[in-house]
Design a binder for this molecule. Sequence first.
Ligand SMILES: *Cc1c(COP(=O)(O)O)cnc(C)c1O
Length: 392
Amino acid sequence: MIASFKPRARTLMGPGPSDVNPRILEALGRTTIGHLDPQFIEMMDQIKQLLQYAFQTKNELTLPVSAPGSAGMEACFVNLLEPGDKAIVCINGVFGNRMVENVKRCGATAVTVEDDWGKPVDPNKVEAALQANPDAKVLCFVHAETSTGARSDAKTLAGLAQQHDCLTIVDTVTSLGGVELKVDEWGLDAVYSGTQKCLSCTPGLSPVTFSEKAAEVIRNRKAPVQSWFLDMNLVMGYWGGGAKRAYHHTAPINALYGLHESLVILQEEGLENAWARHAKMHASLAAGLDALGIGFVVKSDYRLPQLNAVTIPEGIDDAAVRGKLLQDYDLEIGAGLGALAGKVWRIGLMGHSANAENVALCLNALETVLIEMGQNIEKGAASKAVAAAVLS
Ligand SMILES: *Cc1c(COP(=O)(O)O)cnc(C)c1O
């Protein structure tokens, strides 16, 4: 007989999922009620309000798509693009390439703007692409590129799009709750995120928000949205109908309890305080890594605090180190993706994972493993450097 699945606890310091706050795990186990129960409808309204706070928006069309971040991505593309449309897509890592795939599958054309992995999207190249393609309907870019740890200037990029009367689709899967993100102030149009990164919730939901301009485009489409499930015209009837909610699909009831709790936690801490905590934990981690002789892929000016892509020291076996961290310390860090596979580790400090205990665990474990593998490091160097950084 197969027994119940009871995994060992791990500390999650990779590119997501991040450590889930115990309050969220507790919320997930609460009694399941019907999705049209008045109590549940009230909770859905609260989730919407809490998401508006997290995204810093008043957008009416703000809700969690009942599927992971990739589904939120797809929801933005299939709703805004129709066959024959043109999209400018910025690529500076793995997720920009996925955007191109989405554009093509909508029957639209992608004009790409490429930057090196580890660099932010270059606004000058975007400006040139907007000038050369006055018929472009949307500008698409990733705010926080999880494959490299680079942050792009979403405010400037969105400003350029507005000057050219172009909508924006923005990936904020890794930025939401971790670094400054202001949907209304920056004028972002279709924005998607995920629950398992800096919201520290379980994976499987994708918060999205659409500006009034984007909602208008969706309402006035010529062709119906190719995906029935992700068609916002239909989903709106379920999430936006007040007490008169029309059945579209059964919401993942307990998963939404978890999201509600994670957003309550974010509200209690305060968005600005959460951003500051990520920055502070990053500074500690960076000081310790420096003492271990480990450098960053991304320059500090545009480095994401929550995703630290660091260069694997010469002669060190990537998989062996990650295996040992998991085996001996129950600690997960991420491998490199795409062009950076085998060359970097990705150390996440996302949401609940961004705390001083995790920073210390990761640095001490990494230090010991590297010394065991013959690296010339003085035992205790990392924690000394962290203490010096914290006290300075
Ligand atoms: C994780 C991630 C996604 C995909 O989210 P899933 O929940 O894994 O589907 C999309 N974009 C970025 C930038 C991400 O980091």
